[in-house]
Design a protein. Structure first.
Length: 201
């Protein structure tokens, strides 16, 4: 199961069968310099992504100390969206790695995935629009799944249980202009993929 998660997880986009700091200012999603990750109490996710303190610079997806970026060998397709992945493991804890079996994650571990559309996929310097950030949190009785949708101003993301549809426009790698109603899955949609798993993902 860990391999499936790290390969893309609940990568639903527009259809369920799609594969797949400025000084003195901190934005809605940013953590103050030196702030540690602050996991929510089990069963009571924060209303905003900012409260987890996962990013020092959320717009640029710069993680807080202790949050490690990673990538996967076989990413799933998600309506041309780009994805960034991060992993947080509580201090003093380790992953139960296996080259041939599922990985074991300690209580408190968080898998983080942000979806975005590049303004122009041919030139990353032209910026992007952040769409959603998904958190998969290892709790004492299994995994909890929470989705945070970014606002149009790109200043922060709020918890969304029922999902959302985000009208989007971007230029793909071939130079074609595209429009798409990007669909953010509901928590029930994500559980269809992941269920309420144990210590593996």
């Amino acid at each position: 199961m860990a391999g499936a998660l790290l390969a893309g997880g609940c990568a639903r986009a527009s259809h369920p069968h799609d594969t797949d700091r400025a000084a003195g200012h901190v934005s809605d999603g940013a953590a103050e310099a030196g702030t540690s990750v602050t996991p929510a109490p089990e069963g009571s996710p924060y209303a905003t992504l900012a409260e987890w303190h996962l990013f020092e610079d959320p717009q640029k997806q710069v993680p807080t100390d202790g949050v490690v970026p990673y990538d996967v060998i076989s990413p799933l397709f998600a309506d041309y969206a780009s994805k960034r992945r991060f992993l947080y493991v509580p201090k003093g804890e380790t992953l139960g790695y296996s080259s041939s079996d599922t990985w074991r994650f300690p209580v408190g571990a968080i898998l983080i995935k942000t979806f975005s559309y590049l303004t122009d996929a041919r030139d990353t310097t032209k910026g992007e629009t952040l769409l959603e950030t998904r958190l998969l949190i290892r709790e004492s009785d299994g995994w909890a799944l929470h989705t945070y949708v970014w606002n149009a101003e790109q200043t922060g993301a709020k918890l969304t249980v029922a999902g959302a549809t985000i009208p989007s426009r971007f230029i793909d790698a071939s130079g074609s202009s595209r429009t798409n109603d990007y669909v953010v899955p509901s928590e029930d949609d994500c559980r269809t993929c992941h269920g309420r798993l144990g210590s593996t993902a």
